[in-house]
Design a binder for this molecule. Sequence first.
Ligand SMILES: *Cc1c(COP(=O)(O)O)cnc(C)c1O
Length: 354
Amino acid sequence: MSRFFSDKYRDLEAYTPGEQPRERKYIKLNTNESPYAPGPWVAEAVAREAGQLRLYSDPESAALRRILAERLGLKPENLIMTNGSDEALNFAFMAFCDAANPALFPDITYGFYPVFARVNRVPFQVIPLRADWTVNPADYQWARGTIFLANPNAPTGLSLPLAGIERILRDHPGNVVVVDEAYVDFGGDSAVSLLGQFENLLVIRTFSKSRSLAGLRLGFAAGSEALIQDLKTMQYATNPYNVDRLAQAAGAACLERDEYNQENVRRIRETRTWTRSALTALGFETTDSRANFLFVKHPAFPGSALRDRLREAGILIRWFDQDRIRDWSRISIGTREQMETLVETVRGLLEEKK
Ligand SMILES: *Cc1c(COP(=O)(O)O)cnc(C)c1O
């Protein structure tokens, strides 16, 4: 820290992203990226757009929003495009939280939420998940604040049925409920279908996972026109050209042939099912994950042991140094071949231990 660093951020603990190794080739199952490259038409669209880079991008992402709105059965006015969905989340913390409306979210969830709260000087209250790690909507009933729910949740992979989301929306007419659907394409029910009924609902999604574009940084929020306007105020107050030309062109090309992404999602779900039963057969406990990762625990490898041993063997997974989940690990779903290597490597480690 330099001596110039502001006192107001002296104690800020930033988010720790999963490792992006440079030195050696690992099987990367630590950051929930897609194992499949985007379709070649995405790179073609980027190459075409590159000739326009001397010009600023469209701050409204109008062409992209039109295509996306059509896909979702919404109006373009119900959408804002952002630099990754992390930016949409940050805008929501900025726009909808304050001393009277603290952020409310589960104890076990996306680790960025407390960071967004702290950097925006917003109080937050953690509402513990049930013992089985599901969300109990009744636990939110008497708390007042802006609610953030990742659904499916991370890193548990568990999904809250829409009836639960609806109950929370109905119990909190005076607050925004933000549903972070980063993983919804892999098996959850989307709250987009509820947008017509609830003006306090904001749904946030990303192109990073099911659409293979983590490196592009593209996400969006969907909600009532008024909520979207509030987020746009945050956009224009921080970075009007938040989505660059290449991202707008790539996003549009990606959506034009969305069947390709849907086929990849289908393969990932199939591989998830296969991997879960293979790991169960090796003595792992797993959750019923609806996401592109598994959350697992093995009695022989508690804590960070599994992560460390797999790392030595050339496979990266994610471990969280956090109460209640310290014995667990999150493993992204890769290709079938990568997951077979994972299972064989784990089998070897277990035999070694015997
Ligand atoms: C990955 C992830 C995001 C952020 O994705 P972006 O790459 O910023 O779009 C948001 N929420 C959850 C729960 C995630 O896992």
